[in-house]
Ligand binder design. Sequence first.
Ligand code: NAD
Ligand code: MG
Length: 392
Amino acid sequence: ETQTAPRRLVVLGSTGSIGAQALDVVAEHPERFDVLALTGGRNVALLAAQAMRFRPRFLAVLDQPLAAELRERLPGDYTPEILSGPESFVELAELSEADMVLSSIVGAAGLPPTFAAVRQGTDVALANKESLVLAGGLIRAACRESGAALLPVDSEHNALFQASCNETAASLRRLILTASGGPFRGRDRAFLETVTPAQALAHPNWSMGAKISIDSATLMNKGLEVIEACHLYGLPESRVATVVHPQSIVHSLAEYVDGSLLAHLGPPDMRVAIAYCLCYPERVALSVTPIDLVRLGGLTFEEPDLALFPCLRLAREAFAASPSHPVVLNAANEVAVALFLSGALPFLGIPRLIERCLDRHDGRDIPDLSSVLDLDHEARERARELSGALRD
Ligand code: NAD
Ligand code: MG
């Protein structure tokens, strides 16, 4: 059975690494999609180029001056509606004509539009893992109520989805998320003391946005992914294991009660996961380099070094502590990563700052979106204050 009408797509964060790769997938299968809206942060030049190519009816950027600049870059015969400000991302996420929203804004900024889309009942291809870390319970409840599907783009969770890992399977023993180990796998503490942003940004297997690249270097990315998996599959963190797999070929595994492991293998190319979600339930051809198993020779697995990379442990502890601890974890991490990238915090200051923030948090009820966003805001201010003592 082939799809008849093109899927009407809203891409949130189209100028980012995931967003741009999603548009590569669209360009490879133009008959399958109708790009309804694109949003970007500040990269107006790239957004204008994307807009001219895909001609969406709606565009949005962070503020009014950027919107004016964007308008100037577009030709006179193409006049989309150009919105601005954080509310505009929410507005486009809940367009009733949309069939699918790709949530690929980075960080907590992605939560309000992601939540708006699922509440509206629109299927969401989810790259923005921070949404689930902050408000997994609320998002899942909104999906149940509206009927929206959440299709995981994150490669590990997409692997489990592709391996037909079923959240309700009584026979599922645990999930095993693979981790590349990041650029500092096997290094010692003395080396990590001296790490620069440029070194941390150079990931061995994946080319990604700055924030997730740093998260990969600290292993916070795997911590966020453990929490993401717990929400997607309704599991306690004790049933989501992690293993370092430097080749990034096995993207994750599900272990069943009879000892069976179901895994998904593929090239380390995010377009595979993105296309699987955007075209679901169909699988489409992609111009990715297939894996040559013989040339690869072997796949290796090892234990993550939690003493040197405490962020993974901190994320597990936060998830186990209370629903609000992951909000504080994420806020402190976003502040710490930004400080590190600007040269104001050493690499090892990232886990130290996060641990301080978590130690000072008591846990509280976060029954709705606004209480999550209030806590996020508060926790960021707290993290900035506490960072003073840890700065270079
Ligand atoms: P990126 O930094 O390359 O792109 C982020 C996008 O969000 C850009 O379009 C940017 O303009 C926009 N943006 C930034 N701040 C914004 C704000 N405050 N409001 C609105 N828009 C804003 O990031 P990325 O690497 O593409 O990652 C996007 C998300 O996908 C992250 O949550 C990340 O964890 C997740 N993810 C990424 C990868 C990857 O390979 N890059 C893999 C798995 C998951
Ligand atoms: Mg991932």
